[in-house]
Write a protein that binds this ligand. Structure first.
Ligand code: ASP
Length: 585
């Protein structure tokens, strides 16, 4: 038996027990007569004591132990003379009677400590060592807990977890597919699922009216900190439901996860239409932990000979409460920020609302105190506040103001990580015009149902049609999204028409789904949550990578196993993929 206990288990009540322990050497301290070794495993750290006077050869061996050696010991639990309140086993130590080195270790390339000296790249290359560190381990434990709580909640509501295949053909979620060549069908390819969308809908046709799955999805997109080429969703679908049923079921899930895992009571999930979200916050995922809503000053400020405003389509303002305390230098810095390429504004106008009621703007040449007073009343500003104005094309100005609003929210400390503000964004547009391809794209995916009351617009003004689609947003992060689906063959086929598919293309790609709709498809709808993202929100980190055991880097590489990699000619040949280099040239 390698161990009778783990290294996190022994307490004062175990004193005088004979135990055996196994684990890794965290560190050893040679204090002359006594040598102390911290023995670590997943569960904690236990101090081992070797007394030169009791057993000198054992002490000698202990002194030779290097960091990360794997050892097994036998010994007696003793009360420590100097106790360590910081660790659970801090009241005891083991007086070792037997030591076996199970495996030696090279000196690790970085320290296995909470605060390591290893850089990102190095830790990823030796991820198996990084995973020994507490913060990473705690993240994976959190992930496990969230997964388990999800399964509990879903199971209690009669949802069945059903696996769907990975080797499929394209599911349109708006990204590129990863493709896998088929050896048995030379020249043909599978696509890895961007989501199990079509399969979960087929399961509804089959009568599994409550389905879920914690499932890998694959999207070949450019990567950012919160994106991975393979990521995990909590994927869900229900039959015989309306939008309201789905909203209630899944705000229930999120509330359950918060209370089970974080012991936090989530406030009621607010609701907002897409149109209002764009108008008031310039974003379809507003952070509503703070107010700072957009005010439209377009009518008010035009016609005063200020060319920039006169030429703009829209002039938008926000009121920063208490913002008048910002120095000129700080405002200059904010101006530099909005001018960075990622925000893209040309400049920033401001108006200070001084404590004495006087107003001081950066465009005093064009606007007198009376005119500025109208800005103040439109923006509900109080003495001590600061108004910022951005102008330009409506869509651009909204998006720039969204960036500025979030920036100011952070600066004024209104985005506290311990406050959670959940929000349903509802009534998304069904379609989105794509300038490049000069046609409509599905904003969500092509299986999303238009709102009944907007059906007539499908022919006359498709861009105005709203969908039964919803996103769940927490603190400005979209954590889930879904829709009520089309379950009628004719409507589905009209949808493919609208999206510019020919009849043949639609049939070839999605004929199976449309056929299924002819055999008794129930009304249905669903949602999928970004599981990695929920983990990162719960853990309070920006990056989902911290919650994935073996993540890819920003170029989609696994630097530990060095993938992707070349395959040899024989393998390519077998797949019918061998490139004829001479022909290539
Ligand atoms: N399949 C969708 C997605 O991955 C979610 C849904 O509509 O249920 O975003």
């Amino acid at each position: 038996m390698y161990r009778s206990h783990t290294n996190g288990e022994l307490r004062i009540e175990h004193v005088n027990q004979e135990v055996s322990l196994s684990g890794w050497v965290q560190k050893s301290r040679d204090l002359g007569g006594m040598t102390f070794v911290d023995l670590r495993d997943r569960y904690g750290i236990t101090q081992l004591a070797f007394n030169e006077e009791i057993n000198s050869s054992l002490s000698d061996s202990a002194r030779k132990l290097g960091r990360e050696f794997v050892i097994q010991i036998k010994g007696t639990v003793k009360e420590r003379s100097s106790k360590n309140k910081n660790i659970a086993t801090g009241e005891i130590e083991i007086e070792v009677t037997e030591l076996i080195v199970l495996n030696e270790s090279k000196t690790p390339p970085f320290t296995i400590e909470d605060k390591t000296d290893g850089g990102d790249e190095l830790r990823m290359k030796y991820r198996y060592l990084d995973l020994r560190r507490n913060p990473v381990k705690e993240n994976l434990m959190l992930r496990h807990k969230i997964g388990l709580a999800t399964r509990n909640y879903m199971n209690n509501l009669d949802f069945l977890e059903i696996e769907t295949p990975f080797l499929i053909k394209s599911t349109p979620e708006g990204a590129r597919d990863f493709v896998v060549p088929s050896r048995m069908n030379e020249g043909q390819f599978y696509a890895l699922p961007q989501s199990p969308q079509t399969f979960k809908q087929l399961l509804m046709v089959s009568g599994y009216d409550r389905y879920f799955q914690i499932v890998k999805c694959f999207r070949d997109e450019d990567l950012r900190a919160d994106r991975q080429p393979e990521f995990t969703q909590i994927d869900c679908e229900m039959a015989f439901v309306e939008q309201e049923d789905i909203l209630q079921t899944f705000e229930g899930l999120i509330q359950y996860l918060f209370s089970e895992v974080l012991k936090v009571t989530l406030p009621d999930v607010k609701r907002m239409t897409y149109v209002d979200a764009m108008k008031n916050y310039g974003s379809d995922k507003p952070d509503i932990r703070f107010d700072m809503k957009f005010k439209y000053l377009t009518e008010l400020v035009k016609g005063k000979d200020f060319k920039i405003f006169d030429e703009a389509e829209e002039i938008i303002a926000i009121n920063v409460e208490g913002g008048n305390k910002l120095t000129r230098k700080e405002i200059d810095k904010i101006t530099d920020y909005v001018k960075t390429p990622q925000v893209g504004a040309k400049g920033l106008i401001y108006c200070r609302v001084n404590e004495d009621g006087t107003l001081k703007s950066s465009v005093d040449k064009f606007y007198n105190q009376d005119e500025l007073a109208k800005w103040v009343s439109t923006c509900d500003s109080k003495p001590g506040d600061l108004i910022f104005l951005l102008s330009g094309d409506t869509i651009k100005a909204q998006s720039q103001m969204n960036d500025l609003r979030l920036h100011m929210g952070t600066m004024m400390e209104l985005r506290d990580g311990k406050t959670f503000a959940p929000l349903w964004v509802l009534d998304f547009p069904l379609l989105e015009w794509d300038e490049d391809s000069n046609r409509f794209h599905a904003m969500h995916h092509p299986f999303t149902s238009p709102k009944k009351e907007d059906f007539d617009l499908l022919e006359s003004d498709p861009g105005k049609v709203r969908a039964n689609a919803y996103d769940l947003v927490i603190n400005g992060v979209e954590i889930g999204g879904g829709s009520i689906r089309i379950h009628d063959r004719d409507i589905q086929s009209r949808m493919f028409d609208l999206l510019g598919f020919t009849k043949e293309e639609a049939e070839a790609q999605f004929g199976f789904l449309m056929s299924a709709f002819e055999y008794g498809a129930p009304p249905h709808g669903g949602i999928a949550f970004g599981f990695d993202r929920i983990c990162s929100i719960f853990g309070g980190s920006e990056s989902i990578r911290d919650y994935i055991a073996f993540p890819k880097n920003n170029s989609g590489r696994d630097v530990m196993i060095d993938a992707p990699a070349n395959v040899d000619d024989a393998q390519l040949d077998e797949l019918g993929l061998k490139l004829d280099i001479s022909l290539e040239k």
